[in-house]
Design a protein around this ligand. Structure first.
Ligand SMILES: [Zn+2]
Length: 101
């Protein structure tokens, strides 16, 4: 198995400060500072500080619903070729497809 792993919204929320610094090590220090003092961080507070919900949302790439957890498959090689995140229902449907006649 090369890459398959699970990501949850709870993890996105809990790790917001380190994720932000990874993407913006020097830019937008006021946002980094506001995120750092959240104890504990919540989805609503993060969305308000950043100004949108893109950092705390997970959307399945098959059914396009917002979900609480995704399993990612595929390896990150370039920005054009990124892992695909699938929800439990779509993974279930994939297994049914696999075992169907
Ligand atoms: Zn799905």
């Amino acid at each position: 198995m090369k890459y398959m792993h699970k990501v949850t919204v709870d993890e996105l929320v809990a790790n917001i400060h380190s994720r932000w610094l990874e993407q913006y090590p020097e830019d937008k220090p006021h946002i980094a500072q506001a995120l750092e003092v959240l104890a504990p961080p919540t989805k609503d507070e993060i969305d308000r500080i950043i100004g949108n919900s893109s950092w705390t949302r997970l959307a399945c790439e098959e059914c396009e619903r917002d979900v609480e957890r995704l399993v990612y498959v595929g390896e990150t090689i370039t920005y054009e070729q990124s892992p695909v995140g699938l929800c439990a229902d779509c993974l279930d449907a994939a297994v049914k497809l696999m075992v169907s006649e």
